[in-house]
Write a protein that binds this ligand. Structure first.
Ligand SMILES: [Fe+2]
Length: 283
């Protein structure tokens, strides 16, 4: 993906994840949501209520596809059939870009149903970048990798997480889905400085942001997506917006999912911070 393709992507403001619990309410009420993030794997091959709800919601809202099963870092062969299905899904819902996680989920053709971090090595960076290029060729739209959380520093690492991410993005020439809460969490758990991390990655490649809540267990922060966005994450998000400008920021809440109105409150907070920064820049 060249720089112009990224630069021309819409900056959608704050959105929320589309979850089944809210389908009927969204269709009935048509709440003022700027956009929804949709997980293709929850919809591909589904009919009935799920397919019909997606069709009706897609008529009225911008949908952005975000995958969970690409397993871009796996040593198993890329599942090209899966990538083609994702391409079709993105075409169907008019998703201007697609993202998935910088991790692996498949080992020996078994799906571990978890986002497992890669060792920060030259070999892994090269492997992922090659596969991203294949994925981008099939998708024919910009693709972004998301930074994931990890609790134990991957063994055999030869570089920092920031260096690893930078190498892959530049080798593959792809975008970054910057999960701001994952930076806060990894910085706390691994003992590095979150702002120094931002300094070390190519922020000009950011095409989307994630914001999610986490929980404390003793000294460790856990990436549960079951809580409101934390104050530390809001603070770092503001710094990111100051540097990248208005963006497309998604509030993730995947467990103990609250009411639609509560989710919309979180999205409004994300939008307000974005608007405040834009107003300050303009003054
Ligand atoms: Fe995320």
């Amino acid at each position: 993906m060249n720089f112009n393709a990224r630069a021309s992507l819409p900056r959608l403001g704050a959105g929320i994840g589309l979850r089944r619990q809210h389908f009927a309410e969204i269709i009935d009420r048509r709440p003022p949501v700027r956009w929804f993030e949709v997980i293709p794997e929850n919809f591909i091959g589904r009919g009935g209520f799920i397919a019909e709800s997606l069709r009706r919601i897609a008529e009225n809202y911008t949908l952005i596809a975000h995958g969970v099963a690409l397993s871009i870092g796996s040593t198993d062969p890329l599942d090209l059939e899966h990538v083609r299905r994702i391409r079709q899904f993105c075409d169907d819902v008019h998703s201007p870009w697609f993202s998935d996680h910088l991790c692996f989920t498949m080992v020996d053709h078994v799906n571990l149903n978890d986002l497992i971090p890669l060792p920060f090595t030259e070999e892994a960076a090269h492997h992922v970048a090659e596969r991203v290029r294949v994925v981008q060729d099939i998708l024919e739209r910009p693709f972004a990798l998301e930074n994931v959380t990890y609790y134990v520093a991957p063994s055999r690492s030869q570089m920092t997480e920031a260096e690893f991410i930078t190498q892959i993005l530049e080798r593959a020439d792809c975008g970054l889905l910057l999960d701001v809460s994952n930076v806060v969490l990894n910085a706390a758990n691994q003992g590095y400085d979150a702002e120094a991390f931002l300094d070390a990655i190519p922020l000009e490649r950011v095409i989307q942001l994630h914001l999610a809540g986490f929980e404390k267990n003793g000294d460790v922060l856990l990436d549960t997506h079951a809580r409101p966005v934390s104050d530390e994450t809001w603070r770092l998000y503001r710094k990111v917006i100051e540097r990248v400008g208005p963006s497309s920021a998604l509030v993730e809440w995947d467990a103990e999912i609250p009411s639609l109105d509560r989710l919309l409150q979180e999205a409004e907070m994300a939008q307000k911070l974005m608007d405040d920064v834009a107003a300050l820049r303009a003054s």
